[in-house]
Design a protein around this ligand. Structure first.
Ligand SMILES: C[S@@+](CC[C@H](N)C(=O)[O-])C[C@H]1O[C@@H](n2cnc3c(N)ncnc32)[C@H](O)[C@@H]1O
Length: 216
């Protein structure tokens, strides 16, 4: 597990969540009290972080939707969201098998108990033509979750294409940083360091989380 750095969810001294909860505190609590005892998959973290962000998160983007469990977790939050949007090639994912967009979208609609707007786009998230279906319509986003190709080249491409479209105070979450098969994710971020306009909130589970603290 990588060393973690906890920072409060504030921008220019302003606490972003009205209930005065901050992401750093929540992650610190989880690490201290729960991680050894509970099997947490990433969807639960997404749900929790989405709740912590509360009204601050109105647009959630996901790259690597597959069966939709993390997108459904984000959509399960009752706080108002204007839009949740995900991209997947729907060409399959090794051990997870293939899912069609139609099946995933139908499951997401069944689980969308709060009637949020959900868009699921088919395509390679690293292609500018796919990004063009998402960014001009829905950016900036307040939470970006990336759980797709774990190669260093792909992560680099996604960071350069999508991180400029994260809002001030918004989170970038990359899965499989803290796992052997996520070598590319770890290599990319360890080489990059913490970008000057982001804080590293920490690593929780397998996911590394950054928060934008300066405009792009
Ligand atoms: C581990 S699964 C995602 C699991 C999902 N987050 C969930 O909670 O169910 C990885 C997904 O990334 C997708 N993927 C891989 N490369 C991609 C790319 N270049 N663009 C978009 N999606 C991609 C795969 O099709 C696969 O469905």
């Amino acid at each position: 597990m990588a060393t973690t750095q906890i920072t409060p969810l504030t921008v220019n001294g302003i606490l972003l969540h009205p209930s005065a909860v901050n992401v750093g505190d929540v992650l610190g609590f989880l690490r201290q009290h729960l991680e050894d005892k509970v099997v947490w998959d990433q969807s639960k973290y997404i749900w929790l972080l989405r709740e912590v962000m509360g009204l601050r998160c109105q647009r959630y983007f996901e790259i690597g939707v597959h069966g939709g469990s993390s997108l459904a977790a984000a959509a399960y939050c009752a706080s108002p969201v204007h839009m949740l949007a995900g991209i997947d090639t729907f060409k399959g994912s090794g051990k997870h098998g293939t899912r069609t967009r139609a099946r995933t979208f139908s499951d997401l609609m069944d689980l969308n108990v709060h009637d949020h707007n959900i868009a699921v786009i088919t395509g390679d998230a690293g292609d500018t033509s796919t990004a063009a279906k998402l960014i001009p319509r829905f950016a900036p986003c307040d939470m970006l979750y990336v759980d797709a190709d774990k190669s260093q080249g792909f992560v680099a491409k996604i960071w350069s294409m999508y991180s400029p479209h994260i809002s001030l105070g918004g989170l970038a979450m990359f899965n499989d940083y803290a796992i052997y098969k996520g070598d590319g994710v770890r290599k990319f971020f360890d080489r990059l360091g913490v970008p000057s306009d982001f804080h590293c909130v920490g690593v929780v589970g397998r996911m590394i989380i950054f928060q934008r603290v300066q405009d792009a």
